[in-house]
Design a protein around this ligand. Sequence first.
Ligand code: SF4
Length: 372
Amino acid sequence: MKRAHLRPRAHCHRVASTPFTRALLAWFRRHRRDLPWRRIRTPYTTWISEVMLQQTVVAAVAPRFEAWLKRYPDARSLARAPLEEILRAWEGLGYYSRARNLHAAARLIATNHGGHLPDTLPALRALPGIGEYTAAAILSLAHGLPFPVLDANVKRVTQRLLAEPEWTPAVAIKARTFLEHHLSRRDPGGFNEAMMELGALVCAPRAPRCAECPVSSSCRGHELGIAALIPERRRRPVTTVMTTVIIAIHRTRVWLVESSHANRLPGPATTKPTPGSSFLQGLSAFPRLPAVTAAIATKVPDGFPLEPVTHSYLNMRETLRPILVRVPTSAAVTRTAGRWVPIAELEHFPMPSAYRRIARSILGLDTRSRAF
Ligand code: SF4
């Protein structure tokens, strides 16, 4: 194996250990949280935990990570599982492209790497869903190689240490140089984890607790009294949307569509999913009002309303209003593809969490009620 490209650019310029690094690692030894992925540190567990943690909070990931490892203890078992099963196991973690990428990458790892994650930057980066940050985490945390990790926490901490309010390409270079200078030679993974932990526990997004910080004497943002103002926040307006979701029931079956079709933003109905909606591909959902046929649409005013469900996505807050509509014949409900499935089997279909909550409310209905 060629190790030359394992070395980050500025590695050779680092000193043995800086006061910053010693203070940070001493603090980490005392305050590190006992998290499941820290107990079993392998390239595979590091990969899974880092991908789960990308857009999900630690408290939500911890139980899911343990359940995932029981079900898929290694890349080979993940590669063997059908995608639909993996999407179902991922439910509730959101951003399903991550689960699809895990599956695709596991198949490549099984086929091309004998079931083991590769240990070079180019080979890791060639796998679906593994970007620079995840590759650096795997190489440093699981292999002890000197790659600094720049996740959201580390970016914020470094910006404050350097007193740089805005993240620009020039600041990114400064931040990387700073991290490479201080990265522990003996324990690069521990250094990266300590930086991430500092961002999670002390240098918090809204209110940094500088009085408790082990590296405050090296922090330019703290020295200038501007730490809490970094990074500069630009508020994006939140759009609120109300959407009617049709629960079409024929006897004991319900109409399901692929989520990318159901999940169109409100607007004129078309026969194609909206651009970018393929990130929900492979998931099932109930159709939204514009997509149903005219015959079904006329029944909506007399339908049975279920509890609304609100969810947020980026800067959109959407309330789904499910209306249960009885359909006398088993004809198609939507103008796009869909299928009738037994209500009792809804649990087996992977769905975005907002739709899962609606599915659970359907399963909880008394079948002798007015709804049916
Ligand atoms: Fe963050 Fe304050 Fe520590 Fe600077 S001194 S790194 S702003 S917690």
